[in-house]
Design a protein around this ligand. Structure first.
Ligand SMILES: [Zn+2]
Length: 326
């Protein structure tokens, strides 16, 4: 008998026992109960998680305690944006900004279903309003501006809102003189918005150029998976580009490249380790040391950084207005 069956049987026995009591008294512990509690497969499955890499059955609470990294094989499971924020930012310090910048459907786009319906479904299934959450928080007491992409929202694709929220975050980081950390997990630009999504590549890159000119640090963290227009813009523009172990990072997918060049690619092609070996990223950092590594880099940069402009620490960009664009 497998573990899942064991727990299912145990739940069934409990339910039968409960039904017996109801039949005798019509109540349990003094409360009237008409039907026994339903046995939900989600509840059973939530006790155990099968590792997506080595297929080992892991106790979910142990997996969560280990930051969703498999203790058996070291595979880094995908995180939601909220889980990522909880792991990285000091408890209670995160303040979200621009949460009400919401997507629209400027092209009235329809593929298999209307884009408007996709947006509603994505918000419902992912629990977030767009494919990125931006805000400020402390990492081991060091203040940072943070943007975390949400892969569950239409594959973490970059539409007008994602580009706008990143640009606003970077511009406000310049005003507040904060380092920027962007955590990418994306399939690329959102084609439902056509050219408007592609324009976000230029917009975010331009904002990061201003951050660079203001001599502020930008750390880009690439997580499984980061592809397309996101890789081709802000994700690869970091002063320091780091990635999680085994994360797949690239522009076009492996199959598309193989069919185009008619060659077999190396087995580890487009992995974080392959990119590190070929000089495309600066470091591969396990999730368990991510918070301390980012904090060390932020503090190191702060020591060498002399604020430009006025002496009150506000800098020459203090009066720069933040313009709303979609
Ligand atoms: Zn594993």
């Amino acid at each position: 008998m497998g573990l899942k069956d064991f727990f299912k049987n145990r739940q069934l026995k409990k339910a039968e026992k409960l039904q017996g009591k109801i039949a005798l008294n019509g109540s349990v512990n003094g409360h009237d109960i008409k039907t026994p509690p339903p046995i939900c497969d989600d509840v059973l499955c939530s006790l155990w998680t099968k590792c997506q890499s080595c297929k080992e059955l892991l106790y979910t609470s142990d997996l969560k305690k280990n930051l969703s990294v498999c203790k058996n094989c070291g595979y880094h499971h995908r995180l939601t944006s909220q889980e990522r924020i909880d792991q990285l930012v000091d408890y209670g310090s995160f303040i979200e900004i621009d949460e009400n910048v919401l997507p629209d459907d400027p092209l009235n786009f329809v593929d298999l279903k209307p884009y408007k319906d996709r947006l509603k479904e994505a918000a419902k299934s992912s629990g977030v309003k767009e494919a990125i959450i931006t805000g400020y928080g402390n990492i081991n007491n060091s203040p940072v501006a943070l943007g975390v992409m949400e892969f569950q929202y239409i594959g973490g694709s970059m539409g007008s809102v994602v580009g706008e929220k990143i640009t606003r975050l970077v511009e406000s980081a310049i005003l507040k003189r904060l380092p920027v950390i962007l955590i990418s997990s994306s399939g690329g630009a959102r084609m439902h918005e056509g050219i408007l999504s592609l324009m976000q590549m230029a917009k975010t890159s331009s904002a990061l150029k201003s951050l660079h000119e203001a001599k502020l640090l930008y750390i880009s963290l690439l997580t499984e998976p980061t592809f397309g227009g996101v890789t081709a813009s802000f994700a690869m523009l970091g002063d320091i580009i780091m990635a999680e172990p085994q994360a797949r990072i690239g522009f076009a997918g492996r199959r598309v490249i193989e069919e185009t060049i008619r060659q077999k690619l190396p087995k580890d092609f487009q992995t974080a380790e392959y990119l590190l070996e070929n000089g495309q990223i600066d470091m591969v950092v396990p999730r368990t040391s991510l918070k301390n590594t980012i904090c060390d880099l932020v503090r190191l940069h702060k020591q060498n950084h002399k604020p430009i402009g006025s002496n009150n620490g506000k800098g020459i960009f203090h009066e720069m207005p933040i313009l709303a664009r979609i």
